[in-house]
Design a protein around this ligand. Structure first.
Ligand code: F6P
Length: 347
């Protein structure tokens, strides 16, 4: 009697990013062609798992998506275990998920997402589902891996924008402030700011003060460099509801009298075709996740540590955020390049 084919589900959850389809393709092609598995894809992240909203993924559906931005499955920020009543327990969403998982005859579930997705994946694993996570986000803030796919593509997009701001800042002798995403982490601002030759980089992890920022801008002006590029992470400390870019631009203009303009890069950092680096990284993650399933290595997240693919327990990942450390090698190098983190007068 032929052995029953393993049947696996894939979902993409949280903010989208370039590389999601490369990851879906990596899981699906490896599962189908290497391990003879059947694959289904749940639509709109965990919401599809709750509402049994899925599509069969054959090898044909996985062709032509390597370079495609976004996710063919769609995504959502559904959190099945989110407390929904004052007793604090989740209502029936997890039960429904378990029933759908069983009724569909699934042997495993691949959850592709960021921090929140890994936290839910770990909770589903603790409920008895065979789960493997893949770390995705432009923020690069998932604990347990060196780099998430989506990050490099966003760095490329933000760096290209910063490059363009140099010419207009120089032409108008202005201070240009560009706000990049990253949620509560400063990885995108640190990498794009350094790659783009920013003069000042403000990170949520490194407290700044506006006096230092203004002194840096004024000292450049006095050094016959009458323009500056200020790269701010969206999550920096600020006194009100204005965007980080608006707050910093207004403060510099008020205290120095210099002309400022701001750009909030926003969702452009999440769109379009993945950079080649992310196509490869997402494919590596996907293929390794399928291997973990074949080897019965569940309750894990596919990770890259020192450029090796390893399986990290989801229990170590869930609910944690990987933040920029003050002694991060790139922070030290950026300071040596004369980049200010707005903290010179905090010492
Ligand atoms: O997590 C990715 C991210 O783009 C963050 O950088 C940003 O703060 C957030 O998503 C925006 O969330 P939403 O897509 O729900 O507006």
């Amino acid at each position: 009697m032929s052995k029953k084919k393993k049947r696996i589900g894939i979902l993409t959850a949280g903010g989208d990013c370039p590389g999601l389809n490369a990851a879906i393709r990596g899981v699906g092609k490896t599962a189908i062609m290497e391990y003879g598995m059947e694959v289904i894809g749940f639509r709109s992240g965990y919401s599809g798992l709750i509402h049994n909203d899925y599509v069969e993924l054959k090898e044909s559906q996985l062709s032509g998506i390597l370079t495609l931005g976004g996710t063919i499955l769609g995504t959502s920020r559904e959190k099945p275990f989110k407390m929904v009543n004052n007793q604090g327990e989740a209502k029936d969403k997890p039960v429904t998920i378990l029933q759908n998982y069983e009724n569909l005859g699934l042997d495993a579930l691949v959850c592709i997402g960021g921090n929140g997705t890994m936290k839910t994946a770990n909770m589903l694993s603790m409920e008895g589902l065979n789960v493997v996570g893949i770390p995705k986000t432009i923020d690069n803030d998932v604990w347990g891996t060196d780099v998430t796919f989506g990050f490099e593509s966003a760095v490329d997009i933000a760096t290209e924008a910063i490059d363009r701001l140099h010419t207009t800042a120089n032409s108008h002798q202005r201070v240009m402030i560009i706000e990049v995403m990253g949620h509560n982490a400063g990885w995108l601002a640190l990498y794009a700011g350094t790659a783009g030759g920013g003069d000042i980089i403000l990170l949520p992890e490194l407290p700044y003060n506006i006096r230092s920022v203004c002194k840096k801008v004024e000292s450049r002006y006095e050094d016959n460099k009458p323009y500056s590029i200020v790269v701010v992470a969206e999550g920096i400390e600020k006194p009100d509801k204005r965007s980080a870019a608006s707050y910093i631009a207004d403060a510099i203009s008020t205290y120095t009298g210099l002309e400022t303009r701001e750009t909030v890069l926003g969702y452009i950092q999440r769109g379009g075709s993945p950079a080649p680096f992310d196509r490869i990284l997402a494919t590596r993650y996907g293929a390794f996740a399928a291997q973990c399933i074949a080897e019965g290595n569940f309750g894990t997240m596919a990770s890259i540590i020192n450029n090796k693919t390893v399986a990290v327990p989801l229990s170590e990942v869930g609910g944690k955020t990987r933040l920029v450390q003050p002694d991060d090698p790139l922070v030290i190098i950026a300071r040596r390049m004369g980049i200010s983190f707005g903290d010179e007068f905090l010492k």
